[in-house]
Design a protein around this ligand. Structure first.
Ligand code: IFG
Length: 548
């Protein structure tokens, strides 16, 4: 038995007695022994396989995001079999169970019936997790006959399932029947997120994406424990959601996009409700954004009365910013906003409404403050908490609104003042985590106004110590926006989002103590086989050791 295995076995013995689990990176990896050099605990390596100085990494060393605690049990391997069932102890686990079934049925060809009798082989979803994992955490225990995922709410089960998926062979993600065996390495995992908000934003205003294209991205972000999906639904180039009381917003404002393509480039309210439900069934809450008072040309092109001079603006299909503003002095502006907030809030179960507020360069500052003072109460009236690009936060002392920081500096007096008052800050620094930033000067897609953002740059920061005066306790989480001035297809989305969206997921979920590029890069690289099975068009950065 090689020294690592002895250490692991001894650790297991000691731990079994004390019940204390190993914290930090997967125990069997140990310091400096990333995948490829770990002990002989690779899948199927089982006991007695002797020293394996160069054994392949086990899936336990390849999880992204890194869990809080992993205790390997190298002597145990679970195998999912034809007769396995997905067993739920409470109905709150049904949606997670249905998600797992929808993923594993096509690839294994197994029935994987969902039952509420908790006995026998298969995956068991229980609801008595250690309170310290909260609602989003979980405990995952692998035994020879069962994988048991304990959680205190559906969110925890969704997150445990995301980890289980990464412990199964990559072909478990296939849409067609694959040969087994469907093994899971023995382990006990206890896990919970560092921050409550791990988000992805998709701009469907510059270029419109069909519901199916949006669902594809939702599937992809769910695999990394992302729990908020921010839809940028209006801008200068397009209004993308039907508002029944203002039908021209989509008839005119939803008829084109950057580059001038024409069509019904918007979601009906039924389609939006379907997207919201689709996200919810993956543990993801949708946050709708209607950008205001700037970035509003599509609305100004749809209704003459929304313009101060009473004249409709022409539709805009370029990519400039900052040239538009709602008419701050007119009452009809606030009637319009109230109707939008009312209709959208009624079909948005999530607690947040994003009012944008960025780049209001054509709105005098005093008017911007006046505008926000009239709009923030409207959002509250319809039961939502305001979130917005960080510029708006200077207009209120209310500590509930959430400023989303998108700057390229590491200090902002208004955001720091808000944090001091008690506001929580959502971190989206453009020169770190804007997914539309080019990776390097050769990247065809994207922009570079915030700089070039290779994978290591996207990873190389600590959200809890990034903005001066905004410490760990003031951070709500991390969100990765993808603006689509230059992005038109799902392949374009995937090229820019992978691998940097999983980077954002790691920064939002894993402890600061596990932040290490040398340990993260191999885990990120180990996702490649899975992405190939899923057909994800990822950017194979030369900074990452991609697993074959
Ligand atoms: N800034 C604008 C976006 C988009 C972006 C592209 C924000 C908050 C540049 N506002 O980012 O509309 O154009 O990188």
């Amino acid at each position: 038995m090689n020294t690592n295995r002895v250490r692991t076995a001894l650790t297991a013995l000691v731990l079994a007695g004390s019940g204390v689990l190993v914290t930090g990176p997967s125990a069997d990896a140990g310091p400096g022994t990333g995948p490829g050099t770990g002990p002989g605990t690779g899948p199927g390596a089982g006991p007695g396989t002797g020293p394996a100085a160069t054994a392949a990494a086990t899936p336990l060393q390849e999880l992204v995001p890194q869990p809080v605690q992993i205790q390997p049990h190298p002597d145990i391997t679970f195998t999912l079999t034809q007769t396995a069932k997905i067993q739920i102890a409470t109905d709150t686990a049904r949606k997670p169970a249905e998600l797992l079934a929808s993923i594993l049925r096509p690839s294994t060809g197994y029935d994987l019936q969902i039952t509420d009798s908790v006995t026998g082989d298969g995956v068991v979803l229980l609801n008595n997790a250690d309170p310290k994992v909260g609602n989003e955490g979980y405990q995952l225990d692998v035994t020879p006959k069962q994988v048991i995922i304990r959680a205190n709410a559906a969110a925890g089960h969704f997150n445990g399932i995301a980890s289980l998926r990464q412990l199964l062979p990559p072909k478990a993600e296939a849409k067609t029947k694959q040969p087994g065996p469907w093994t899971v390495p023995g382990a006990s995992i206890l896990d919970y997120p560092r921050y409550q908000h791990r988000g992805a934003m998709l701009d469907v205003a510059r270029h419109f994406f069909t519901p199916d294209q949006v669902k594809r991205y939702i599937d992809q972000i769910a695999a990394f424990k992302i729990n908020y999906f921010h839809l940028h639904l209006s801008d200068d180039q397009g209004w993308r959601l039907e508002i029944k009381s203002w039908p021209e917003l989509t008839k005119i404002g939803g008829s084109t996009e950057v580059g001038g393509r024409k069509g019904n480039l918007f979601y009906t309210q039924d389609q939006y409700k379907d997207l919201v439900a689709y996200a919810q069934n993956r543990g993801i809450t949708v946050i709708p954004e209607f950008d205001m008072p700037g970035h509003t040309n599509a609305a100004l092109a749809s209704y003459a009365e929304l313009n101060c001079d009473g004249k409709k603006r022409p539709l805009y299909t370029g990519t400039d910013v900052g040239f538009s503003s709602l008419c701050i002095s007119k009452d009809v502006t606030y009637k319009f906003i109230e109707d939008v907030v009312k209709e959208v809030s009624a079909i948005t179960p999530g607690p947040y409404f994003h009012i944008g507020g960025d780049e209001a360069l054509s709105t005098p500052d005093a008017d911007f403050v006046k505008f926000m003072n009239r709009v923030l109460p409207i959002v509250k009236k319809y039961g939502k908490v305001t979130t917005g690009w960080h510029e708006f936060i200077k207009t209120t002392t209310d500590t509930a609104p959430i400023p989303q920081f998108w700057g390229t500096e590491t200090s902002d007096a208004n955001v720091a003042a808000a944090a001091k008052r008690g506001n929580k800050v959502l971190m989206s620094p453009a020169n770190r985590i804007y997914l539309d930033m080019k990776y390097n000067k050769n990247t065809k897609l994207g922009q570079d106004w915030a700089g070039l953002v290779e994978v290591k740059t996207a990873y190389g920061w600590n959200p809890g110590a990034y903005l001066s005066g905004v410490g760990e306790a003031s951070i709500r989480g991390v969100e990765a926006p993808l603006w689509t001035e230059t992005i038109k297809t799902s392949a374009d989305i995937e090229y820019m989002a992978f691998p940097r969206l999983p980077v954002a997921a790691e920064l939002g979920w894993s402890t600061a103590a596990t932040h290490s590029w040398d340990k993260f890069a191999p885990r990120l690289g180990a996702q490649a086989p899975r992405w190939k099975v899923q057909g994800i068009n990822y950017y194979a950065s030369t900074q990452v050791p991609w697993k074959k």
